[in-house]
Design a protein around this ligand. Structure first.
Ligand code: FES
Length: 580
């Protein structure tokens, strides 16, 4: 680093750098932790934003991770200060961790801005923790680096590998079809989650870890190193060193989160067979830094991109093999060699471009990171749908869908909400066959509320027993990144917000054409208007107090990233006023 770079004024000096009453108070209270004087003198103070929680099992090893980040910070001449923020654990938190993603982002933003720090390390893992922390940090705009907790080791069942989440859906379907007993189903629990870490499939956590790396907000290889691999802790240490350098270089997150970086991330999402949840989260992160990102960008940039990563739920392998095969740098090299990285010069946190980091990355296994001319899916990416059923868009993940259903016309079997679905789907007299379209309402951002991951509705048991494994399903819900099927999600506007999804009735004919990007109900404009008028005022979200009131009043629709309207944008890192 140059002498000129070292002159970057330290934000933390506004707390610790004055020889007066205020400086006394800020330093004195910190000294009750045994911090000596010299730690306050001219050293970058680095926040470590920790989502550790024993109720977020995927992040439960983060205290150890933080210790390694601290070692790196100290080695580089900084001073680490670790602080907790709201931890959105996907597996335990009800009604859905998505309900509190924005709450966590507010916690992160205000914790960073209001405290003495010159930069921040974000410790993320479970699905919503990555976008929540990036959103909050982006709204402050300090030098920021992401350290992910890493995926779990491969699951094991009867001597075979099984994938997080994906195995649950598969085994549950088998149990419902009578192919395995409930005892056999429950016996899979222990081998399913064998170590610390996040879901080991290319679910939302792995996808968002890859997005953080593709955006340039983490060091190379951050996404895939297993949680229990010693190299995960080396990466944490190196990230601690790097964040101190970033302070001296004044390398703020707004210099990383450029439109070009988002375009790269969209392309990478197609190549990895990433989760549909990335569409919502990237939009929300982009909104915090004023980068325009539209649903059509996913078509424009992602369409035609081969999915080369052969991981469950779309393919065969798990994150452990992905790391051993070369991880995300191997994917970026593959894409780049095929001319498929839109912006090779996009800057990353280590001060190099994405391409500089990856152009010579080793690729150890062509089965896991496949060749461009031998992809898992020739045209991966996220399919964006529009039509009279989704005027503001809907999404479908082709790599997880059945090719024969990608163009389909079928009779709607309608569920008014998730409870109605759960009750009705088990009815042996339900008038449904494999050509029908299962359509569920009121599971969107306001309808659930929180837009739960219930869009991959399980099939009627009587069809499962017939050997049917997929049907077209449509809703305003989300879907776990570990799930699969021909599932149309994120229909906007949602039913609860007056979208046409809310007026579909049993027997209406639905047209899905993924190739043309169309989703329609066979009703005239006049019929739709009449039904919408008839429905107006009849569906209103249940009013809650507390945070849920704030959420319902301000959450935006899926095409807008489900952020709160008042959180969009960057409010900066100006030091707030003294309170004493
Ligand atoms: Fe936490 Fe899947 S439940 S990563």
């Amino acid at each position: 680093m140059s002498g000129e770079q070292k002159k970057t004024p330290l934000r933390s000096a506004a707390w610790f750098g004055t020889q007066d009453k205020n400086g006394f108070m800020y330093r004195s209270w910190m000294k009750n932790q045994g911090i000596p004087d010299h730690e306050f003198q001219g050293k970058p103070i680095i926040g470590i934003c920790n989502t550790w929680s024993e109720l977020t099992p995927c992040n439960a090893h983060f205290r150890k991770l933080a210790e390694h980040v601290k070692r790196g910070i100290l080695e580089a001449g900084g001073f680490p200060v670790e602080f907790p923020v709201f931890s959105n654990g996907e597996s335990n938190l009800r009604p859905t961790a998505m309900l509190t993603r924005n709450l966590a982002s507010m916690d992160v933003e205000e914790s960073i801005r209001g405290n003495p720090m010159d930069a921040v390390v974000l410790l993320v893992g479970c699905d919503k923790t990555t976008p929540a922390l990036l959103m909050g940090a982006a709204s402050v705009d300090l030098p920021t680096i992401v350290v992910t907790g890493g995926p779990m080791l491969n699951g094991k069942l009867n001597g075979k590998d099984i994938g997080s989440g994906t195995a649950v859906w598969q085994l549950h379907e088998q149990a419902k079809a009578g192919a395995i007993t409930m005892h056999e189903f429950l016996s899979a629990e222990a081998g399913h989650s064998r170590s610390a870490g996040t879901c080991n499939t290319m679910g939302t956590a792995s996808t968002m870890a890859c997005m953080a790396e593709a955006l340039g907000t983490s060091l190379p290889h951050n996404a895939a190193i297993p949680a229990v691999d010693a190299r995960r802790y080396v990466l944490a240490h190196m990230s601690g060193i790097r964040i101190v350098e970033m302070v001296h270089e004044d390398l703020r997150i707004s210099r990383i989160l450029k439109r070009e970086n988002f375009e790269n991330a969209i392309r990478v999402n197609a190549a990895i067979g990433g989760s549909t949840n990335a569409v919502i989260h990237l939009k929300a992160i982009a909104g915090r830094v004023g980068v325009p990102l539209e649903l059509e960008d996913w078509t424009r940039i992602g369409k035609g991109t081969p999915t080369v990563v052969d991981l469950l739920p779309s393919g065969r392998y798990l994150m452990e093999e992905f790391y051993y095969a070369g991880g995300l740098p191997a994917v970026i090299r593959r894409l780049g060699e095929g001319g498929l990285i839109p912006n090779r010069d996009a800057l990353t946190v280590n001060g190099k471009s994405l391409w500089e980091n990856c152009f010579d990355a080793p690729i150890y296994n062509d089965e896991v990171v496949r060749q461009l001319d031998n992809p898992l899916i020739a045209d991966g990416g996220i399919c964006i749908l529009r039509g009279n059923l989704a005027p503001r868009g809907a999404v479908l993940k082709p790599s997880a869908a059945s090719p024969h259903l990608m163009r389909h016309r079928g009779r709607a079997v309608v569920f008014e909400d998730f409870d109605h679905y759960k009750a009705r789907i088990l009815d042996p007299d339900l008038d449904v066959d494999e050509n029908c379209v299962l359509l569920m309402k009121n599971c969107g951002p306001k309808g659930y509320p929180g837009m739960a991951e219930v869009g991959n509705m399980g099939l009627p048991p009587k069809l499962l027993a017939k050997g049917i494994t997929d049907m077209v399903r449509i809703s305003d819900a989300r879907m776990s990144g570990t799930a699969y099927g021909t599932v149309v999600l994120h229909v906007a506007p949602e039913a609860m917000a007056g979208g046409p999804l809310g007026i579909v009735q049993d027997g209406d004919m639905i047209q899905l054409d993924c190739h043309a990007g169309l989703l329609n109900v066979e009703l005239s404009d006049e019929q739709i208007r009449a039904r919408l008028a008839d429905r107006a005022g009849k569906a209103a979200p249940v009013q809650h107090g507390g945070y849920q009131r704030l959420y319902l009043d301000h959450v935006m629709q899926a095409d807008e990233g489900c952020d709160f309207d008042f959180l969009v944008g960057c409010r900066g890192s100006a030091v707030p006023k003294h309170s004493h």
